[in-house]
Design a binder for this molecule. Sequence first.
Ligand code: NAD
Ligand code: UGA
Length: 463
Amino acid sequence: MRIKNICCIGAGYVGGPTMAVIAHKCPDIKVTIVDINEQRIADWNDENLDNLPVYEPGLADIVASARGRNLFFSTDVEKAIDEAQMIFISVNTPTKTYGLGKGKAADLKYIELCARQIAAVAKNDKIVVEKSTLPVRTAQAIKDILDNTGNGVQYQILSNPEFLAEGTAVQDLLNPDRVLIGGDTTKEGQEAIEALVEVYANWIPRENILTTNVWSSELSKLTANAFLAQRVSSINAISELCEKTGADVNEVAKAIGMDSRIGPKFLKASVGFGGSCFQKDILNLVYIAKSYGLHEVADYWEQVIIMNDHQKRRFASNIVRTLYNTVSGKKIAFLGWAFKKDTNDTRESAAIYVADDLLFEQANIAVYDPKVEKGTIYRDLDYLGTRPADANRENVTVYTDPYEACRDAHAIAILTEWDEFKQYDWQRIYDNMKKPAFVFDGRNILEGQKLEQIGFVFSEIGK
Ligand code: NAD
Ligand code: UGA
């Protein structure tokens, strides 16, 4: 079957960029991205490309190339489902905050709602593609719902997890290491896989398109994120040992990364990994392992999260300890709030947790981030529920000018590795700070020696 019409449910960080690239690369396929969030759809349709709801380098150009031609953003979910041959489900799958599996299992309510809506609307056969990250065996649940509540039409369920990283989403989508497609081993399942392979083959070499059974595909996504996060926790664990022993974590990372079996990537010690997925996906893996009675497997992976939480807390307590055991009433400037550079996404950002710890110590926090809006910063803190919203507004000030954020501060904490921080006039920043002036580089991006020459007291993770 040749696919001519695609619908994607969920216009978020995955649905938006992924479908924009498909539309850009496949001009003969009509791609409609739908969402129940009207504001999000309005933002995707905004004529001013600076207002797109997702910031990613290169994304605005891709959207501009296809929007209105074969790429459409809409709130009319039913119409898009009805017209499409292939429906991607790209909705959020957060950690459950209630009931059974609270705090660990993935909340699949949005996925189930999509399945029920597809079943209610579809009048002809459809291929349903899991793009969201899902617990292994979710395809079975989707199939049960579709088969039992539908109009007697046939469904094929594929798993096609997304491996893009935020900040490099467009490049990752244009040149992925691999595309993974899992499907049924039946003839119909294989035909559905081939239909999706053909879409990607418009720009991705076939040898980079890997096909597997559905369960391998679902589990590979959780596994990939668990392995990546595990590397960060591993190097962060070593960073603490470096600080005690005089070893330098950057040197250690370089030395081990040159072993081709280990490889150099994802060995950057930091204030801890953030982002919407690593923690959620590992917790999900832990929950799945436990539900099969595999307690050693669960404990093994849970340690990756425990180490990450420790790293964030350790960073905050180092600030307090170094500032003579009190930050009460002191201004601490945060450079960066996003969970990594080149994104406006702040979900699970280390900055949130470091701020929370310092607010408990009665610090005044001044935040500057080049892409994150003020409202998002307050929402992130309010969401923790650890203090009244008023207290967050009273003790956290958001700046649009980094030099003003740092003025009269006792210390600066680097929470995101934005490139622009390296270009600042650090002498000017120093001159306007309280003395002694401290910099806590949570991302190891600034040159310690240069700042020490200026007069800063400089501290870096893992040194
Ligand atoms: P997101 O929150 O940015 O977007 C999800 C969107 O789905 C929201 O706009 C929401 O309004 C919409 N939605 C929810 N229920 C809906 C419904 N019933 N009908 C229509 N729209 C609905 O989430 P995201 O970051 O794009 O992540 C989506 C999935 O992709 C998750 O499973 C995530 O684990 C996975 N993933 C994310 C990334 C990433 O970098 N963010 C990378 C790979 C995989
Ligand atoms: C991650 C994976 O890299 C993607 O392959 C995956 O698709 C995605 O999760 C997902 O499923 O959501 P993302 O979270 O966007 O992508 O960004 P990463 O580059 O993986 O960074 C995650 C966090 O780890 C960031 O806070 C980053 O600063 C931190 N990190 C990363 C380190 O501290 N050190 C490193 O060496 C690498």
